[in-house]
Write a protein that binds this ligand. Sequence first.
Ligand code: ATP
Ligand code: MG
Length: 275
Amino acid sequence: MKVIAIANQKGGVGKTTTAVNLAAGLALAGYSVCLVDCDPQANATTSVFDREKLENTLAEVVIPEWHYQGKNRNANFVPIESVVYETQLPNLDLIPASIKLAQFDQQPVTVIDRLVKAIQRVASDYDLVILDTPPNLGFLFTAALKSASYVLIPIAAQYLPLEGVSDLLFSLRDLGEIDILGSLVTRFDTRTTLGKDAREKIERDPVLGPRCFATVIGENTKIAEAPAFHVPVYLYQPLTPGVSRAIQQFDELTLEVLERLKLPNKRSKILKGVK
Ligand SMILES: Nc1ncnc2c1ncn2[C@@H]1O[C@H](COP(=O)(O)OP(=O)(O)OP(=O)(O)O)[C@@H](O)[C@H]1O
Ligand SMILES: [Mg+2]
């Protein structure tokens, strides 16, 4: 079992998109995968699941529901096993988030340990766990990173791509034992010099440059559309050239991730998404 956090405190850089589609790619590569949404925005949740069909979420696992009996106050928590939902993709389960998770940062600091233990418990049921994290360095970020043995850092090939990355690396060093699995250039637009300049800047960075994945995720409207249908891009229909291109990029990323984790691609053929 390996736990990978997708993190960058900068907003809108493609964390959720990467978490969802990498999780799907790994599931299609033959691994049992759990996608854990650690962000109160719940974007990863709605990207693979219809929110209307949810009962409890990660919030009820870690934030107490208080019950009063006379003068006694008892904290109730839901077990993490009861908030595991199957997605439309075989091998891919989801532990969803909800806006209630925003209360996480107002809890006593012990809430971090509660989340770490819950993730560790559920992780033992899977080959791989992918954690989507929020765009800040708060308690949820800390808990997610403490639960993970690897971090993957998506960086958008846009204006000031590396803004805040030094704070992120500093926080990671503070958290101790965590390997940077790689940095991933996302939202790359071949048509703009801004995109090309940003990509070059990322690749020249002394820490993240050498760890950059060869795969680059291009700016692609199909990638932005798929979440509206609660599916990873692999299941997005119809299979237009734009969808195929996105699938190919996430397949390439999946293979690179497996290689860095020293895990085989268990599918007999090279990944090509699902038809
Ligand atoms: N490669 C891409 N091409 C086009 N749109 C993209 C791409 N990647 C992400 N997007 C879109 O950009 C927006 C931000 O992406 P995403 O939600 O993955 O970023 P994030 O880092 O998780 O954001 P946040 O920090 O708010 O959690 C979303 O609307 C998403 O659909
Ligand atoms: Mg997100």
